[in-house]
Design a protein around this ligand. Sequence first.
Ligand SMILES: *[C@@H]1O[C@H](CO)[C@@H](O)[C@H](O)[C@H]1NC(C)=O
Ligand SMILES: *[C@@H]1O[C@H](CO)[C@@H](O)[C@H](O)[C@H]1NC(C)=O
Ligand SMILES: *[C@@H]1O[C@H](CO)[C@@H](O)[C@H](O)[C@H]1NC(C)=O
Ligand SMILES: *[C@@H]1O[C@H](CO)[C@@H](O)[C@H](O)[C@H]1NC(C)=O
Ligand SMILES: *[C@@H]1O[C@H](CO)[C@@H](O)[C@H](O)[C@H]1NC(C)=O
Ligand SMILES: *[C@@H]1O[C@H](CO)[C@@H](O)[C@H](O)[C@H]1NC(C)=O
Ligand SMILES: *[C@@H]1O[C@H](CO)[C@@H](O)[C@H](O)[C@H]1NC(C)=O
Ligand SMILES: *[C@@H]1O[C@H](CO)[C@@H](O)[C@H](O)[C@H]1NC(C)=O
Ligand SMILES: *[C@@H]1O[C@H](CO)[C@@H](O)[C@H](O)[C@H]1NC(C)=O
Ligand SMILES: *[C@@H]1O[C@H](CO)[C@@H](O)[C@H](O)[C@H]1NC(C)=O
Ligand SMILES: *[C@@H]1O[C@H](CO)[C@@H](O)[C@H](O)[C@H]1NC(C)=O
Ligand SMILES: *[C@@H]1O[C@H](CO)[C@@H](O)[C@H](O)[C@H]1NC(C)=O
Length: 689
Amino acid sequence: MQTHHFSNRGHSKILHIPSLALVLLICLVSPTSSCTEQEKASLLQFLAGLSQDGGLAASWQHATDCCQWAGITCRQDTTITDVLLASKGLEGHVSESLGNLTGLQHLNLSHNSLSGGLPLELVSSSSILVLDISYNQFNGTLPELSASTPAQPLKVLNISSNFFTGQFTSTKWKGMENLVALNASNNRFTGQVPTHFCNTSPDISVLDLSFNRFSGSLPQGLGDCSKMIELRAGYNDLSGTIPDELFNATSNLSTLDLGGNNLSGKVPDSIGQLKKLQELHLNNNNMSGELPSAVSNCINLIIIDLKSNNFSGELANVNFSNLHNLKTLDLLYNNFTGKVPESIYSCSNMTALRLSGNKLHGQLSPRIGDLKYLTFLSLGKNSFKNITNALHILQSCRNLTTLLIGQNFIGEHMPELEKVEGFEKLQVLDIGGCPLFGKMPLWISNLANLEVLVLSNNKLTGSIPAWIKALKHLFYLDVRNNTLTGEIPTILMDMPTLMSENKEAHLDPRLFELPVYKSPSLQYRIPIAFPKVLDLSNNKFTGEIPLEIGQLKAVLSLNFSFNYLTGRIPQSICNLTNLLVLDLSSNNLTGAIPGALNSLNFLSGFNISNNDLEGPIPSGGQLNTFPNSSFDGNPKLCGSISLTNVILQYTRPPENNEIRNLLSQLDLVCSLEVLLFCCCWCDSFSQSR
Ligand SMILES: *[C@@H]1O[C@H](CO)[C@@H](O)[C@H](O)[C@H]1NC(C)=O
Ligand SMILES: *[C@@H]1O[C@H](CO)[C@@H](O)[C@H](O)[C@H]1NC(C)=O
Ligand SMILES: *[C@@H]1O[C@H](CO)[C@@H](O)[C@H](O)[C@H]1NC(C)=O
Ligand SMILES: *[C@@H]1O[C@H](CO)[C@@H](O)[C@H](O)[C@H]1NC(C)=O
Ligand SMILES: *[C@@H]1O[C@H](CO)[C@@H](O)[C@H](O)[C@H]1NC(C)=O
Ligand SMILES: *[C@@H]1O[C@H](CO)[C@@H](O)[C@H](O)[C@H]1NC(C)=O
Ligand SMILES: *[C@@H]1O[C@H](CO)[C@@H](O)[C@H](O)[C@H]1NC(C)=O
Ligand SMILES: *[C@@H]1O[C@H](CO)[C@@H](O)[C@H](O)[C@H]1NC(C)=O
Ligand SMILES: *[C@@H]1O[C@H](CO)[C@@H](O)[C@H](O)[C@H]1NC(C)=O
Ligand SMILES: *[C@@H]1O[C@H](CO)[C@@H](O)[C@H](O)[C@H]1NC(C)=O
Ligand SMILES: *[C@@H]1O[C@H](CO)[C@@H](O)[C@H](O)[C@H]1NC(C)=O
Ligand SMILES: *[C@@H]1O[C@H](CO)[C@@H](O)[C@H](O)[C@H]1NC(C)=O
């Protein structure tokens, strides 16, 4: 662009300077650039193929020099070299006329809404070096190059995030001798990963095939790509083992991502050859066996993600003290046994460590305090012992924001720490499912930044203590399935983060460095998506639901089920317009269902079964969308919903005595509705015959 501005200014100078010699001189020094008619025609043909040009036509006017058009760059001899039109709001098809630009080197059409096929003329171009059409809606198969097509200069091809289909046959890549980077991720490619890729494109250094439907095994030939730096084939349907040969020549490899496939077998010993490896993602596969000690040789590893496999054996095989740069170690859901090797605590750069869902045992080593940068620690669902010791030690990890240690420490007592020094930054604490005996401990009240507290599935007794109000940022409280008693304290109804709709749960974005799996299918990766929850279910709470419940306007899920709550459902509950889930089932609630509950449009889960509620189920709103089971076990409850469903179970019109039977179970208020309904039903039934 700079050159064009300069030559423009040159022109205007020429007009004012009389000396012909000077004119000639200036022209020689700074040649004008105005594109040829032929190139202009090619661009205009491309423009004509667009159904939305994003305002391009205003700049691309026939009467002007196309080297000055938006997105176009020319070389000084007037040939177009770059067409850079990323994120321009373009829609429609890409004309093959761009292939006529014989000097075009760089074509970037990424982040538009272009559709149709990728013209053969672009892939087989004898000038294009960089072709980026990522993030569009291109479809169809990649064009087949004919056997006679000469080798292309293409170095970078990015076709990621489109709807391309078909296989990666060798004819498609024949001639791509100069390819350095290929990103074909997030399409719908099928078939095998090409075997001879490294022979065809020996310079390939970035290959991204992830998020497609490639199947079969990983070809050992990929190990011949001696310049490979980044190899990604995650989230496909690849099976078989990782071939030993994969690592033979790829000693430059820095990123290997094969997660989310069906790979089986062991991590080959040859992995030790990858001295430059920084990221290893083998997560969500079926791999097994012990981790080879050769991993200790990959001294540049920063991320190891092996979660959700079947790896077993002792972690002590690997000498973690070699891995100085290790920041993330994720071994979630495997079958590792033994103790946590002390060498892990030498990785002083570690920020996230997840060992949960294994069979590790022993007490936590004091050396974990050496991990000064540790922010995320998840040890849950193992067989660790001595929670008193663990909490004592962990206070020295001063940067800890997330601590998940539940489902360990079976049958121990909830420690009553004298004083807490540390945990200043703790935002998430999960000590659920151990089960632990004791009370909700006072020391938790010192965790001033706590936002998420999970103490579920323990054997805690006593009441919800008044100190809970000290946790000013708490927005997720789960004490389900304990033996807590007393009334639901009204102080809970004064929790600022549960009350305020505006105040977003302000979890630190770095908090969940690793996604936290609530259940295998649900993961909270985006902090903002973490719901505001109050779960007091499966305890022995008595008394009435506080009227102040209507203040908890920000709560998305309220679960008081399986307690001994009495009294009525407070009318104020209808003020909780953000509620997605309301479960009051299996209590001793009486009285009528507040009609205004029908106005809770966002309700997606609702259960008031097994109480002693009475009267009609409010009709004509959200409540009608819930199944019978949401209302069952309230003998005095009646209404259209349950009956509708009962009657619809019949495949033939009910006999008179059956109707009489149904009616006998209902009180008078409802029977009229049933009769009306039933008659309509009978009518439509006879009509449909
Ligand atoms: C591009 O070249 C083809 C022949 O290769 C020709 O048929 C077509 O008219 C050309 N288009 C433009 C706009 O020059
Ligand atoms: C294409 O343009 C986008 C947006 O400017 C940019 O992110 C991308 O890196 C470009 N592609 C290439 C290969 O340079
Ligand atoms: C590409 O998508 C369009 C609709 O968006 C469809 O009509 C066309 O058949 C598709 N082409 C191929 C080759 O799948
Ligand atoms: C497409 O991939 C190439 C090569 O990896 C990369 O340089 C380019 O930035 C990518 N384009 C976008 C839009 O990310
Ligand atoms: C690959 O390396 C292994 C040792 O890791 C060796 O046994 C094998 O012969 C090598 N294969 C090739 C094809 O070089
Ligand atoms: C932590 O990582 C940095 C580079 O990211 C490295 O220079 C440093 O040596 C590492 N720390 C230790 C204790 O090894
Ligand atoms: C875990 O390892 C044990 C032996 O330590 C074995 O019996 C069990 O089958 C393994 N579980 C899985 C899911 O592989
Ligand atoms: C916490 O981490 C920061 C870097 O993120 C570091 O500078 C600081 O020293 C750490 N704090 C402690 C108490 O180790
Ligand atoms: C648990 O840890 C505490 C404090 O570190 C220690 O005093 C106690 O002996 C340990 N208990 C057992 C059973 O090892
Ligand atoms: C309740 O917690 C106990 C452990 O205290 C556990 O065994 C049981 O399965 C849990 N029940 C429910 C319904 O989650
Ligand atoms: C609902 O909230 C409004 C104020 O936001 C209040 O005036 C009203 O009394 C509340 N309704 C109930 C039933 O608590
Ligand atoms: C609650 O209901 C159960 C049966 O549903 C009954 O046994 C119990 O006495 C009731 N308790 C109270 C406090 O009403």
